[in-house]
Design a protein around this ligand. Structure first.
Ligand SMILES: [Zn+2]
Length: 338
């Protein structure tokens, strides 16, 4: 069964079905002052080898997260059709207008693509992109991997995210894929998963799926990129595209976020001084950050404390922060390899 592009307003000039290796651009129609009559190009690549499954690999859903786009572009250049069974569809910068602007959300309509699923054929550019992925591509896919990072506002302990089912069960297929990715941390998603995400779209189609959070700070580092590239190859082995390679036997910690207030946000504005690093363990009540006031320099810095014992899954990276900004996410350790 071939892709039904008539479902979408986005044009795809790249043949995703024939054996071979191809790269081009989706043509996202959006008429604005900068580009009244043309289209916004979204890179798309495919590698089609022998018979086998189809996996969708996305990066750049948020435009200030660059680790995924780099890892996926490299993956495309490193593989040939003879190397793989089945088909890879790569969208390394799904929200390409946002990536070009180094911005989390679309500069075209302000939309957050990971809060836009299932999207709409006749919606704005962000809704059209979400709709294309969920309604045109996912029905032909057998698995999905979506690469994220902390962006400019935060940094994550590198982790693969495995979602629970709607019934709260841990999907064995998602967990096996997360274990294959072999990042230092597995974040088990449940109650706080958003039904407008790529992750939720994959779940609606019954696809085994992981997301990954790969660092952040709005930039790429060699160590994180290594984790991303190794993780992708391990997953392609697990999914049957490549010869399976044994994941390195490094300790993996499984965590989950147990309560909404385990995300710490800031009570006032000022200069943000983290006292911990992403990936560090903290005890309940341990000091995790200080907030210095410019408005009242005589006032002592305010100390923020860990709301629970666990692992600092993510940490804010902005220097000057405002009331309500993100400070830290503390995850509870649920399983730890000996
Ligand atoms: Zn993201």
């Amino acid at each position: 069964m071939s892709f039904d592009w008539s479902l979408s307003r986005i044009h795809c000039p790249v043949d995703l079905a024939a054996r071979g290796k191809r790269a081009g651009h989706l043509e996202l129609p959006h008429s604005d002052n900068a580009n009244p009559l043309g289209y916004y190009p979204i890179p798309i690549m495919t590698i089609v080898g022998g018979p086998g499954p189809t996996t969708l690999l996305t990066g750049g859903v948020h435009g200030d997260e660059f680790e995924g786009p780099v890892a996926l572009l490299d993956l495309f250049h490193d593989l040939e059709p003879d190397d793989i069974k089945g088909r890879l569809i790569l969208l390394p910068a799904l929200n390409a207008p946002a990536v070009r602007a180094s911005a989390r959300v679309s500069p075209l309509d302000g939309g957050n693509l990971n809060r836009a699923f299932p999207g709409a054929r006749d919606g704005g550019p962000t809704a059209m992109l979400a709709h294309l992925v969920e309604s045109v591509l996912m029905p032909h896919c057998d698995a999905a991997i979506d690469l994220h990072a902390g962006g400019q506002a935060s940094v994550f302990a590198p982790c693969a995210l495995a979602a629970r089912t709607a019934e709260g069960e841990l999907s064995p297929e998602n967990m096996a894929l997360a274990e294959a990715f072999a990042a230092p941390v597995i974040w088990v998603l449940g109650r706080h998963n958003d039904n407008r995400s790529v992750n939720a779209a994959a779940t609606r189609h019954g696809l085994p799926m992981i997301a990954a959070e790969l660092g952040g700070n709005g930039a790429v580092t060699p160590a994180i990129l290594e984790i991303a590239k190794r993780g992708l190859r391990n997953c392609l082995g697990h999914l049957g595209h490549l010869e399976r390679s044994a994941p390195p036997a490094e300790p993996v910690v499984k965590v989950e976020v147990r309560a909404a207030d385990h995300k710490v946000c800031l009570p006032s504005e000022g200069l943000f001084e983290p006292l911990v690093e992403a990936g560090e363990r903290v005890a309940e009540g341990a000091p995790i950050a200080r907030l210095h006031s410019l408005e009242d320099p005589a006032r002592e810095a305010l100390t923020l404390h860990a709301p629970t014992a666990g692992l600092v899954l993510s940490l804010g990276t902005r220097g000057y922060v405002r009331h309500g900004d993100f400070a830290a996410l503390i995850a509870t350790v649920i399983d730890e390899a000996a």
